[in-house]
Design a protein around this ligand. Structure first.
Ligand code: NDP
Length: 255
């Protein structure tokens, strides 16, 4: 039997990259998946097509995060589609995956207040209010999985602003894990290391070779490496894990 049969899931930022692999993984287990995206509708529709091609169920939902009214718009679309497909608006699994990063090579001296506001708006404020808004929809025994980064455990000055936001999302995990335990809802953090998200840099062999050295396994992560961990945390088999920081960095944090 599929482990997530009759479950519903929202994966933010699942038009591409890790989010797409997460959406596919959850759908493979039988969940009906909301494939959220900001701008790349074609990519989101491709994720839905891939899921349907595998025999799964999914729909796309658009909302740019980090702008006024973002979470409301996301949930309007989500609730409408859930209602149409299931007759109710119950959400069993929430994966806060969508995020933006600091531009490559930006030194700490170059970070502006506007940069920080934008990073916090998308990577912290949006997930916080998504969790808050989801509370009314989440089933008892539900799952929240927040995607952080190994960079909260590893110094990289060029990523200080981004890493600050990931530190904050780990706090959402910690405090909501306690808050939601009476309902049997688990809340966990998954922290990827460098993971092939399909962006151009992963087509450059020398760059990939260099990035691979950071992992104990001497390769960059594939989106499925991270998605499989998230998939496990979404299942009943992970019911005794809450408030955890799960290192999904291929041993990058071993140093
Ligand atoms: P990608 O950059 O490949 O994809 C980002 C996703 O988020 C897309 O679906 C995009 O939608 C969506 N998104 C981006 N900005 C917004 C926004 N303002 N509002 C709504 N949606 C938005 O991400 P990755 O797969 O690389 O990363 C996924 C998660 O993993 C992130 O939380 C990231 O911080 C974390 N991570 C990634 C690592 C890596 O090496 N890849 C390493 C460590 C952590 P659209 O397609 O419409 O633009």
């Amino acid at each position: 039997m599929e482990r997530l049969e009759k479950k519903t899931a929202l994966v933010t930022g699942s038009s591409r990259g890790i989010g797409r692999a997460v959406a596919r993984g959850l759908a493979e287990e039988g969940a009906l998946v909301a494939v959220h995206y900001a701008a790349q509708r074609d990519a989101a529709e491709e994720t839905v097509r891939l899921i349907e091609g595998d025999g799964g169920r999914a729909f796309a939902v658009q909302a740019e995060l980090g702008v006024p009214g973002d979470v409301h718009e996301l949930f309007l679309g989500l609730e409408h589609e859930l209602k149409a497909r299931t007759g109710e608006t119950v959400l069993d699994i929430l994966v806060n995956n969508a995020a933006i990063t600091t531009p490559a090579g930006q030194s700490p001296e170059e970070v502006t207040p506007e940069d920080l506001d934008r990073l916090y708006a998308v990577n912290v404020k949006a997930p916080f209010f998504i969790v808050q808004r989801a509370l009314a929809l989440l089933s008892d025994g539900g799952r929240i999985i927040n995607v952080s980064s190994g960079l909260t455990r590893l110094a990289n000055p060029e990523q200080v602003a981004y890493s600050m936001t990931k530190g904050a999302i780990e706090q959402i995990t910690l405090h909501f894990a306690r808050h939601l335990a009476p309902r049997g809802i688990t809340v966990n953090t998954v922290a990827p290391g460098i993971t092939n998200n399909g962006s151009a840099i992963f087509d450059v062999p020398e760059a990939v070779q260099q990035m691979a050295q950071l992992s104990a396994f001497k390769r960059v992560g594939e989106a499925e490496d991270v998605a499989d961990v998230i998939r496990f945390l979404a299942t009943d088999e992970a019911r005794w894990i809450t408030g955890s920081f799960v290192d999904a960095s291929g041993g990058t944090l071993l140093g």
